[in-house]
Write a protein that binds this ligand. Structure first.
Ligand code: MLT
Length: 327
């Protein structure tokens, strides 16, 4: 080996050694967690509960940054441009990391290839909700109402490709209606307008719905899962309410940029697991009706397989609905 080769080998060894050293001291400064929707909505609410606990176990602040727009794809794209060092991570979901693949022909990222999975955070039931002034009190009455008022009715959602968009798309196609839709930057602001009676109905995640239903500010016709939700035991399932074909459960996943070193992912995964084992976090998520992931789903490899399976599940659903979007 000549002198040039020796120098090159020494430089390579230094670079190779730098990753474990950085990982050993990780995290030595605050971590930014991108939430691709507006503050106060379901993704933001779950993220803040989990981030607060992760901050304690990591010994560094986990700071939420809301980067909303284009159904969550703007914030997701942002993550792919960040350094793969664990200091910027995100919460993606069914919309941003599964349905988006079929919805956005020009999607700037591949959810299955351009991220390093940390772990699944939670799953969420979808509820069919409506403004209190809507003249229907059961799911059957709602179906009759929307069929009779298809031209004037409107359906709020959090942007093309968001969970509230795709899950209502599915509902509308099962009922056989195609109402107007009203996009927001998240279902936090959409819910405010539903409570105010500005929009007619919304398919939303239980964590955003449960507090409002308990407060009596909106109506919930049914929960789209097989069993009643722990947070809203009086709300029937879609099967009980006469629409068994409408079954949909969505999820939140914690992700890092592609190429984030494995030791850093391990530390973030351990902090996520610690948060999900924390009695306070569990109590708050249970009160909101969120469900916890399985041990496999909360592992990085399990989440990778889960995301790939969800893309395969949602792609034909979106194609059948014949919808595309631009971002
Ligand atoms: C949000 O946090 O606003 C939601 O997750 C948006 C959605 O996908 O419906």
């Amino acid at each position: 080996m000549n002198k040039r080769h020796l120098l090159a080998a020494a430089a390579a060894a230094l670079v190779a050694g730098a990753v474990p050293a950085a990982a050993q001291t990780f995290p030595s400064r605050p971590i930014t967690m991108i939430i691709p929707f507006a503050a106060g909505g379901p993704t933001d609410v779950v993220a803040r509960i989990v981030a607060e606990s992760m901050s304690r176990s990591l010994g560094q602040a986990v700071v939420i940054e809301n980067v909303s727009g284009a159904g969550g794809t703007t914030g997701s794209t942002r993550l792919t441009t960040q350094a793969a060092d664990g200091y910027t991570i995100m919460i993606g979901h069914t919309g941003t990391h599964a349905a988006s693949v079929a919805l956005y022909p020009n999607l700037r990222y591949n959810p299955a290839a351009d991220f390093t999975p940390i772990g699944l955070v939670n799953t969420n039931a979808i509820l069919i909700t409506a403004k209190n002034a809507l003249p229907a009190n059961t799911l059957a009455e709602f179906v009759a109402w929307i069929k009779a008022n298809e031209r004037t009715a409107n359906n709020a959602h959090a942007g093309i490709g968001s969970v509230s968009h795709t899950t209502c798309l599915l509902l509308n196609s099962i009922i056989g209606v195609n109402p107007q839709t009203v996009p927001y930057r998240g279902t936090g602001p959409a819910m405010n307008d539903l409570v105010a009676g500005q929009v007619d109905y919304l398919c939303d995640q239980v964590v955003n719905v449960a507090p409002q239903v308990r407060a009596g500010t909106i109506k919930a016709f049914a929960v789209a899962q097989q069993t009643r939700n722990q947070a809203l035991p009086n709300v029937p399932t879609t099967a009980e309410a006469g629409l068994p074909a409408y079954q949909v459960v969505v999820w939140n996943a914690m992700l890092a940029p592609k190429g984030t070193p494995a030791p850093v992912i391990t530390k973030l995964n351990e902090a996520l697991r610690a948060a999900l084992a924390d009695a306070g976090v569990r109590a708050r998520l249970a009160e909101l009706g969120a469900d916890l992931p399985s041990d496999v789903q909360v592992s990085p490899a399990g989440l990778q397989a889960f995301i790939e399976a969800e893309i395969a599940k949602w792609t034909p659903v979106i194609k059948a609905a014949g919808v595309t979007a631009t971002n």
